[in-house]
Design a protein around this ligand. Structure first.
Ligand SMILES: *Cc1c(COP(=O)(O)O)cnc(C)c1O
Length: 223
């Protein structure tokens, strides 16, 4: 199956979920996730109008970025402090910010490089951080306070990878987003939902779904 055919299927799934949720299909951003996919697949997607791609690994992103227009890549995977500078140089946006010390490091480096990098806080409401990363709810205030001191890292919203099959997870995320939106007096987006669960995410109010295998097929190259 080609990217184009898979894309039609995904768009149809997004449309029907939006219909059920009483939302406009344009209110949901589709972010293709190209980790472990060769550059040619990204090119195929670019030919169909996509300009931004999610990647999980700094190394793999650095390799691909050379063959892509600037600002094409978004970081979704766990980030180590010692790769913070490379991440800022490779990715236009960072969705996996999950701890204050990393925010401090990224913010200081971004200021010294004179770059602005929108960030999403990856949250973990399910005690899964050891597996996939994410900021526990109790640590959010400190992380948000740290971020406020770093204008080079504007906050876009919350990203999460809820445990598969947990139907209540997306609603919990939507509530968390609403609470912090009120507290901060700032609009916050929610990035949740992947190939297997985009419908539940959209029904709960996700603004962005991150789709890998359902768009690109199974992941080939191993890094
Ligand atoms: C791999 C990955 C995705 C895409 O997952 P699929 O199930 O292939 O759609 C989305 N978000 C993150 C953070 C990922 O690591």
């Amino acid at each position: 199956m080609t990217f184009g055919v898979r894309l039609q299927e995904i768009r149809a799934r997004i449309r029907s979920a939006c219909e059920r949720a009483g939302r406009s299909p344009e209110s949901v951003e589709l972010l293709p996730v190209s980790k472990h996919q060769p550059l040619e697949r990204i090119m195929e997607a670019m030919a169909l109008g996509f300009t931004r791609f999610g990647e999980n690994y700094v190394q793999e992103g650095m390799r691909k970025a050379g063959g892509l227009p600037p600002d094409a890549l978004v970081l979704l995977g766990p980030l180590q402090r010692n790769k913070a500078k490379a991440a800022l140089q490779t990715f236009a946006e960072i969705q996996s910010l999950d701890r204050p010390d990393l925010a401090e490091r990224l913010g200081t480096l971004a200021a010294s490089l004179a770059v602005t990098r929108p960030v999403w806080i990856q949250v973990d409401l399910w005690d899964e951080a050891t597996k996939v990363g994410g900021c526990p709810e109790a640590d959010l205030p400190e992380l948000l306070t740290t971020l406020r001191a770093h204008p080079s890292l504007p906050l876009k919203g919350f990203m999460a990878l809820p445990p598969p099959g947990d139907e209540s997870a997306f609603r919990a995320l939507a509530l968390l987003r609403d609470r912090w939106q009120d507290r901060l007096g700032q609009a916050l987006k929610l990035s949740a939902g992947m190939s297997g669960d985009l419908e539940s995410a959209i029904l709960a109010g996700s603004d962005q779904v991150r789709i890998g295998t359902a768009l690109f097929g199974s992941r080939g190259i191993v890094t």
